[in-house]
Design a protein around this ligand. Structure first.
Ligand code: DAH
Length: 456
């Protein structure tokens, strides 16, 4: 078994399409000075790529492209009211409830702003991914050069974060993998990594109610062998307690994220990852289909050693994909929608309380048409809900959204001004400019009649 296994059998043809394959001049594609040579049919990289204000030399491993590089820094999970922002808030809220009585602060630190540009050491070596492992290949990753790539998973930061002194954290961010684009796969997506470490005291004293007063319990024992249930060195009692903590944390998390309606059944499936042993996948059943939500396990002790810890800690880790969970949570049918700027999509997620539960309503495939309407009124302004009602009464289902975009008071003539943006869109055809103008004029007319306003 491998990590990143969804790539395994997907052939990937790395080509760059341009409209002008017949021309013999090199076409400059973008701001990163990456060029396409139509004769050699290959991409020519500059000697250095400037990313996040740092120069990276390119080499025979370089295989990033303009489209991928342009995603760096977009951080959808930090964009207010984006579905991934709401999910991130919900993860934050769930994990902040665990309190550390000694530190007098939440147990888990939440790190969501680390650069996705990492070294091969971080992405692979630090977490014990073998040197010839298939997940390292050029065909699965976006390399900037031989030693630098766009992280393929948030596990790339485990060791650095533990080294920085954290013993319980989430790490959330964008990850990059070469892949086809289809309704459930996209070459950039978002992950949340979770890690919790335990000392002997935390593990055994915290579980005194289960264990009774045994005071000879240890995390490590001299003659412990590696087998299906544990790593060499680990005692079975320590592993079982960490496993119980991990599984409870995850099951409770999904009970909160996907309350009763959607989860009928869930199961733990044994699996293998280079950085955990034993390892599991957590799956849930919805409408008779099983969905894999995350991978997790007991951290390989060598990962903790790489983080500078001795034989005094044991820990669990998990990694989950945000898009997949948000798709289930909100009923979003296509992963590409997370990248849309279409306000028909985004406006459905405008709410302050991220725990608010909604089901996404499919937007039309036909284009939007936007018309603004500005008007002067008297000393009392129009209640926006009255305006919305009027617009809907006239435009019916062709109205997708109405937004009050500007309002001010002019003290000189003692009048209010309001500007509304009306977004028209049909579910079954492209609207003509003419058709919309007629509806818009009708709205203006009725506005004058009903509210006595002056159209500006
Ligand atoms: N890094 C894995 C991936 O991207 C997911 C994962 C599995 C993360 C197990 C973990 C873990 O921390 O323990 O496929």
């Amino acid at each position: 078994m491998i990590i990143l296994k969804r790539f395994y059998f997907r052939p990937i043809f790395y080509h760059y399409r341009t409209n002008t394959t017949t021309t013999t001049t090199k076409t400059k594609l973008n701001t990163f000075n990456i060029e396409y040579d139509p004769i050699k049919q290959s991409i020519i990289y500059p000697q250095e790529l400037n990313l996040n204000n740092k120069n990276y030399s390119t080499d025979s491993w370089t295989n990033v492209n303009e489209n991928i590089l342009s995603r760096i820094g977009l951080n959808l999970h930090q964009q207010k009211n984006h579905p991934l922002y709401h999910l991130t808030n919900r993860l934050r809220k769930y994990f902040y409830q665990f309190y550390d009585q000694k530190k007098l602060s939440p147990k888990f630190s939440i790190i969501d702003n680390l650069s996705p540009i990492v070294t091969t050491e971080q992405n692979f070596d630090s977490i014990c991914i073998p040197i010839n492992h298939v997940s390292r290949t050029k065909s699965m990753n976006y390399y900037i050069n031989q030693n630098t790539l766009l992280r393929a998973h948030t596990s790339a930061h485990q060791v650095d974060l533990i080294r920085s002194g954290l013993n319980a954290f989430l790490c959330i961010g964008d990850v990059y993998r070469r892949d086809d684009i289809d309704p459930t796969h996209y070459p950039v997506f978002h992950q949340c990594e979770g890690v919790q470490l335990f000392t002997k005291e935390e593990l055994f004293i915290g579980n005194k109610n289960v264990l009774g007063d045994k005071d000879n319990l240890e995390i490590f024992g001299p003659n412990e062998q590696r087998d299906a249930t544990k790593q060499e060195g680990h005692t079975l009692e320590a592993v079982k307690l960490v496993e119980a903590s991990l599984k409870k944390t995850i099951t409770d998390l999904f009970k909160t994220l996907l309350p009763n309606t959607s989860i009928l059944n869930s199961r733990w499936v044994d699996t293998t990852f280079p950085f955990t042993h034993p390892s599991w996948e957590y799956e849930i059943e919805i409408d008779g289909k099983w969905y894999e939500l995350l991978g997790c396990g007991i951290m390989e002790h060598r990962v903790l050693e790489n983080s500078g810890l001795n034989k005094d800690h044991i820990g669990w880790a998990f990694g989950l994909g945000l898009e997949r969970i948000a798709m289930i949570m909100y009923g979003i049918p296509d992963i590409r929608l997370f990248w849309t700027n279409d306000s028909g999509f985004l406006s459905q997620f405008v709410f302050d309380d991220s725990t608010h539960s909604i089901q996404y309503k499919p937007i039309s495939i036909y284009p939007q048409c936007i018309n603004d309407l500005s008007m002067w009124m008297g000393k009392t302004k129009i209640d926006p809900s009255d305006f919305y009602d009027l617009v809907r009464a006239i435009g019916g289902d062709l109205i997708e959204q109405v937004i009050l975009i500007d309002e001010f008071y002019n003290p000189k003539n003692q009048r209010y001004s309001q500007t509304y943006r009306i977004i028209y869109r049909s579910m079954d055809r492209t609207l003509t400019k003419n058709e919309i103008n007629m509806i818009h004029k009708d709205i203006e007319y009725h506005c004058k009649q009903q509210f006595g306003v002056e159209i500006r």
